[in-house]
Ligand binder design. Structure first.
Ligand SMILES: N[C@@H](CCC(=O)N[C@@H](CS)C(=O)NCC(=O)O)C(=O)O
Length: 387
């Protein structure tokens, strides 16, 4: 258990298929053998983000399916040591939850386990099952490579990652199977109920709201309210366009399977980048004068932008380091108490660059210019005039 988070071989899947094979809707799961392009098609839901491709080549994220809510008097009572977060340091959606857990002072209330960064075969013993995804640390494990046996070696555990403390599961997929999930993909974050042994939610946008408002009887920082009533409409507004064009837009660029899909997505990323740089030149925070959940949602994307999205997802029209307001905005957030401990750029880069052999077969990790070092420098956000 983390004490201080305080925080496919998918044999030639989809993107490497012969041009003679038509692209399939994301709801159709395809397996190709790299040598013979031997096609087996099974009608089932997408099981990894790499399969979520519409017929025009654009990435379409599957909606989260576990959407329960923790509330006093409900089946899911707020309680100390009842709920567990499964996260990845790499995942921006999961990162939202660990930041809120830290800022609210819920480290002793909600336990956390971070999975290992590089996706692996989740049923390696079954040669017909080519799913790849998140696995837990294995302290006795041999060094790993990527899911097609290249790259690395990657350790089988890091000091910040632990085996699954609840069930000894080897993969996140096992957690989903344990609760009888039949619909979704095997993603993090998961807010897990240890008492009822089920998933409460796998939607980060909901989890961060619950952590903010439902655990005040146990939180250390009850005075921290990251979604004040009078800011909610401004937050909803910025969240919606930032989600579609930037938080998810970077994935739509990076996972596009047609030039047209990429062109549309990069236009959105670029315009939003300029729009937020402009907003942050006169406003200290994205939804107004106070730091809110909307800033956390934006920060986790900006944090990964220069080192990963700009390079790996081809979002190279802009960079945070060349955008003065955005850079200083990120510095201010990174330097807030507890936030730096939720960031692990090493595991984040290792995940992205090494988990999708169709995008980076040899799992080479670009060196970058040490964005984290830039975030440690002084910021100027206190010079922004408050209304
Ligand atoms: N809507 C979800 C999205 C979560 C999500 O897509 N997580 C990714 C990691 S960044 C994941 O676990 N993907 C697993 C996969 O694609 O197999 C949320 O915001 O919580």
């Amino acid at each position: 258990m983390m004490t201080r988070l305080p925080l496919s071989s998918i044999v030639g899947v989809l993107t490497t298929v012969s041009p003679s094979i038509p692209r399939q809707p994301y709801s159709t799961f395809l397996f190709y053998s790299s040598s013979s392009i031997d096609r087996v098609s099974m009608k089932m839901k997408a099981r990894t983000g790499l399969d979520e491709v519409a017929s025009d080549g654009s990435f379409k994220r599957t909606e989260s399916v576990w959407r329960n809510w923790i509330k006093k008097g409900s089946k899911f009572e707020p309680e100390k040591d009842r709920y567990h977060l499964y996260v990845s340091y790499a995942c921006p959606w999961a990162h939202r939850t660990t930041i809120v857990r830290t800022l609210k002072g819920l480290e002793d209330v909600i336990s956390v386990t971070a999975v290992m960064p590089v996706w692996q075969r989740t049923k390696p013993e079954n040669s017909d099952d080519t799913h790849c995804g998140w696995i837990f640390a294995n302290v006795d494990g041999a060094p790993l490579q990527n899911s097609i046996g290249l790259g690395g070696p990657f350790p089988s555990h890091y000091p910040e990652n632990d085996p699954d403390p609840n069930f000894g599961a080897k993969s996140v997929r096992e957690i989903y199977e344990l609760v009888g999930d039949t619909a979704g993909k095997y993603c993090v974050p998961i807010l897990f109920d240890k008492k009822l042994k089920t998933i409460v939610s796998n939607e980060s946008a909901d989890i961060i709201q619950m952590l903010n408002s439902e655990f005040n009887d146990f939180a250390t920082n009850t005075d921290v309210d990251l979604a004040p009533e009078d800011m909610k409409s401004s937050m909803d507004d910025v969240d919606s366009w930032i989600y579609s064009t930037l938080n998810n837009g970077v994935y739509t660029c990076g996972l596009a399977q047609s030039q047209q899909a990429y062109d549309t997505a990069i236009e959105g990323v670029t315009n939003t980048f300029d729009r937020i740089e402009n907003i942050l030149s006169t406003r200290r925070f994205i939804a107004g004068d106070r730091f809110t959940l909307s800033d956390i949602r934006l920060f986790v994307t900006l944090l990964r932008f220069d080192e990963i999205y700009s390079v790996y997802f081809k979002c190279n029209t802009r960079s945070v380091s060349n955008s003065q307001c955005l850079l200083n905005y990120c510095r201010e957030i990174y330097q807030m108490e507890g936030i730096a401990e939720t960031v692990n750029m090493h595991q984040t880069k290792e995940h992205y660059y090494c988990s999708h052999p169709t995008l980076n077969k040899w799992s080479i990790i670009p060196r970058g210019r040490d964005f984290i070092q830039l975030l440690k420098e002084p910021h100027n956000r206190d010079t922004i005039e408050q209304p």
